[in-house]
Every structure is written in C-alpha cells, then in structure tokens.
Design a protein around this ligand. Structure first.
Ligand code: FES
Ligand code: FES
Length: 178
C-alpha cells in the first residue's frame, strides 16, 4: 500500500476564484491551506480569529454563501466559485459602523473582542432570516461561538437590538410573517 507524505500533499496547488467581501479574487493556494489561513494570510482579512483551530470555539466563523461556517474546518480550495463575507465587509469606515456593530457597541456586547467578528457575522445571518427570536433562541443560535468574557447576556441584547433596528418580524415569525 502506498501512502502520500505531507510533503507530497504540500506541493499540490490550485487556483481558486472566490468572491470575498464583494470583490472577485483569484489566488493560487496549496490544497492544504485552510480557508481561515487563506483569508488571514493571503487576503489580510485579520478579523478572522483563530482560537482552537479544530472546530470548537467558532471564533473563525465567516459567512460562506450567506451561511456561517467555521473557516478553520474548510479548505481554501472549497471556496472556489463561492462567496465569502468577513466582518471587514460591513463597514469600510470605522467612523460609520454597520447597525449590527453599533448594537454591539451600544449594548456592551464585547470585552476583549476575540469572539466579536464571529458574533457579528452570526448576527447578520440571524437578522437576514427576518425572524425575531426570543432571548433563549438567540442563545441557542450563538451557542456555536464561545465567548470567554461577557457571560453572553450583553451579546444577546446586542443581537436583539440589531434585529429591532433592522426590522425583524415579531416573536416567533419568519420572513413571511408566519
Ligand atoms: S478556530 Fe475555528 S472553531 Fe476555533
Ligand atoms: S469578548 Fe472576549 S471572547 Fe468574547
């Protein structure tokens, strides 16, 4: 039986074309490069935070075709032909925050900020469903992202504030108001 060595895997490179934060980029990457490393190291999108690097902390969360994924668990080559959003896409000007970012600031939904890009992107995904969630449902929805600092209540408040600003429906409704 033949086995491939790490060195052999490492020499395999592919070109990926991916739409990142509204811009099409094409890069040659190793087939071993994770999506997280590609975003941070090749595209300088350092809001993508690496904590555990094995799928537990959720701090590397990005939106992939509009859905939150752990970018440390994906390979860059898997992004070929897809759309990725990081928190850098929300506001080009630090003086003009996106309403979700405003909500996190106003509700003190962060302390060290390590989990915050992931929490903000997860909130964007929640807001875009059009559903207004209960606090318990928000806690469930953000449960894949670990925060070591806040105790979560202020993050829940921030999510609810963002939903209110961006006009989610009433409790228990979806985008069709049902
Ligand atoms: S760094 Fe990806 S889940 Fe922790
Ligand atoms: S604010 Fe520090 S980990 Fe969440």
């Amino acid at each position: 039986m033949t086995t491939s060595t790490t060195a052999e895997y490492g020499t395999d490179r592919r070109t990926v074309t991916v739409r990142v934060n509204g811009r099409d980029v094409a890069r040659e990457v190793s087939t071993r490069t994770t999506l997280a490393d590609f975003l941070r190291d090749d595209l300088d999108l350092v809001s993508v935070h690496l904590g555990c690097e094995h799928g537990v902390c959720g701090c590397c969360t990005v939106l992939f075709d509009g859905r939150s994924v752990r970018s440390c668990l994906m390979l860059a080559v898997q992004s070929d032909g897809h759309t990725v959003e990081t928190v850098e896409s929300l506001s080009a000007d630090p003086a003009e925050l996106h309403p979700i970012q405003e909500s996190f600031a106003e509700e003190h939904g962060l302390q060290c900020g390590f989990c915050t890009p992931a929490m903000v992107l997860r909130t964007k995904e929640i807001v875009e469903t059009g559903r207004q969630l209960t606090d318990a449902e928000v806690r469930h929805e953000i449960s894949g992202i670990l925060c070591r600092c806040t105790g979560y209540q202020n993050i829940v408040n921030a999510v609810q504030s963002a939903c209110a600003k961006l006009r989610c429906g009433g409790p228990g409704t979806d985008e069709r108001g049902e």
